[in-house]
Design a protein around this ligand. Structure first.
Ligand code: SAH
Ligand code: SF4
Length: 457
């Protein structure tokens, strides 16, 4: 890999000498944190290849869209953004347009780009990420298009350069892929089977990040609680990360309810650095639909683990994902979901309208409910959750919350913002020196979707 990076760096240096300006790259990483984390590696490789980063795709020498396949509207947006580059490419025929990520791992999508988007130069799926330098070398040295869709099995590639998005919060991928095959979901097809990173490499990365001043580490995986490296399971790994000396927070996502064990809850309760917040996507409050989704748990089991966590972890909060309008869902199923949401008292929810994904089991299920009705159900659900969230925000007034300061607030000069362990935004009077520091805030107000307060004396 390094040989190709070096070749491209020399190629770019020659361009710099000739034109007087450094070749530029524009990248955008769509979708989940896992994809954003892959994107930080793409950016790392581009930086080593000698590219400077720019803000506008139409002015760049190379554009990389790192795509998402989870829902159709994400895919539509990408088709639109790629289409919009046609004129820029016409003006600058040397521009390289590249696509990678989950969406292009699907054969029918790759074929569409091959046939209908002749100005797309390189295309590669998530498994081919470490091959990116070689793919780009082939494009630059021959001028031909390079489409590289490998099997979605890919060995984990350590040692890829990383250009991280921030200097306070960092993502650490710990496992890739998914074995769950929820019937609506494309992820197992595009990301392949589960594979975990060696725990020693994860620990090294965490230690380096803490030493570099990062204050929040999020361990990432499509199904983090399936992590296993030799004898070390997810709980074992969490305890080791928690033992790293220093002042920092640990988060993880995403947990699957069927693998969210009491041991994991005990671990959160016992480890001082792990946030007392769990994102635990339930998807539906109807056992019939959960079964159709192949989720592997019932609402009863889900409530049990949440109940246990509430008992073990003081102040624990939950967020969740819900799919509205799964094939065959009825009004009665929806009402069960609404009842569950009320009972679970979530901090917030990520709600999605079901999107049919080619090749998944649910794509063949009868889906008689019209989109319009699904949209009405979706709005109804949002309203229920908004009222719950509002009440929870208001209940925080008068309490003290610990906040990791991230940067300037929206209230203007003299204000900073940060987040609580539950990921709630808090604004408070403060100065830039607080960036990256933990502060205790006395909450005085709950305006909109944030809290406001003052640093406690
Ligand atoms: N591995 C994680 C989530 C991955 S995708 C988990 O199992 O929780 C993130 C969310 O997107 C899912 O939780 C689900 O709510 C939503 N999602 C996935 N496929 C979808 C589809 N076909 N239509 C609508 N929403 C979907
Ligand atoms: Fe998709 Fe289910 Fe795997 Fe999550 S657990 S990535 S929803 S198949």
């Amino acid at each position: 890999m390094q040989g190709y990076i070096d070749w491209i760096r020399r190629y770019n240096e020659e361009k710099l000498l000739k034109s007087g300006s450094r070749p530029t790259a524009f990248t955008h990483h769509y979708g989940c944190q896992q994809n954003v984390s892959d994107g930080e590696r793409i950016d790392g490789m581009l930086r080593e290849m000698g590219y400077a980063f720019c803000e506008r795709p139409d002015e760049a020498d190379i554009v990389i869209y790192n795509t998402c396949a989870v829902r159709e509207n994400a895919e539509d947006r990408i088709f639109g953004n790629v289409g919009a580059l046609k004129h820029a490419k016409h003006r600058n025929p040397d521009m390289v347009i590249g696509l990678c990520g989950c969406m292009v791992q699907q054969e029918h999508i790759a074929e569409k780009f091959r046939g209908s988007f002749p100005f797309v130069d390189v295309l590669f799926g998530p498994s081919a990420l470490p091959e990116f330098p070689e793919i780009l070398y082939r494009k630059l040295s021959t001028g031909s298009r390079v489409f590289e869709i490998l099997d979605a099995t890919g060995e984990i590639s350590e040692d890829l350069p990383v250009r991280r998005d921030g200097d306070i919060k960092a993502w650490i991928p710990i496992m890739y892929g998914c074995n769950n095959f929820c019937t609506y979901c494309v992820v197992p097809y595009v990301r392949g089977r589960e594979r975990s990173r060696d725990y020693t490499r994860v620990l090294e990365e965490a230690q380096e990040l803490v030493a570099a001043g990062y204050r929040e580490l999020t361990l990432l995986g499509q199904n983090v609680n399936s992590y296993r490296s030799g004898d070390v399971d997810f709980v074992g790994l969490l305890r080791m990360v928690n033992d790293i000396p220093g002042e920092f927070r640990i988060r993880f996502m995403t947990s699957h309810p069927k693998d969210c064990s009491r041991e994991l809850v005990d671990c959160i309760a016992e480890c001082d650095k792990i946030c007392n917040h769990i994102h635990l996507p339930v998807q539906s409050g109807s056992d019939r639909i959960l079964h159709q989704m192949n989720r592997g748990y019932t609402t009863g089991q889900y409530k049990d683990i949440i109940g246990y966590a509430r008992q073990r972890i003081p102040g624990v909060t939950f967020t969740s994902d819900i799919i509205v309008g799964f094939p065959g869902e009825t009004r009665d199923d929806l009402e069960q979901t609404i009842a569950l949401i009320r009972e679970m008292d979530y901090q917030s929810l990520f709600t999605f309208i079901y999107s049919r994904r080619v090749g998944t089991k649910a794509a063949d299920m009868a889906d008689p409910i019209p989109e319009q009705e699904k949209s009405a159900w979706f709005r109804e659900l949002l309203e229920v959750q908004n009222a719950i969230s509002k009440k929870r925000y208001e209940a925080a007034v008068g309490t003290t919350v610990r906040v990791l300061t991230e940067g300037p607030g929206k209230s203007g000069d003299g204000y900073m913002m940060g987040r609580t362990a539950s990921n709630i935004i808090v604004e408070f009077p403060g100065t830039a020196e607080l960036r990256g520091q933990f502060v205790d805030i006395a909450v005085t107000d709950a305006p909109g979707w944030a809290l406001a307060g003052e640093i406690q004396a």
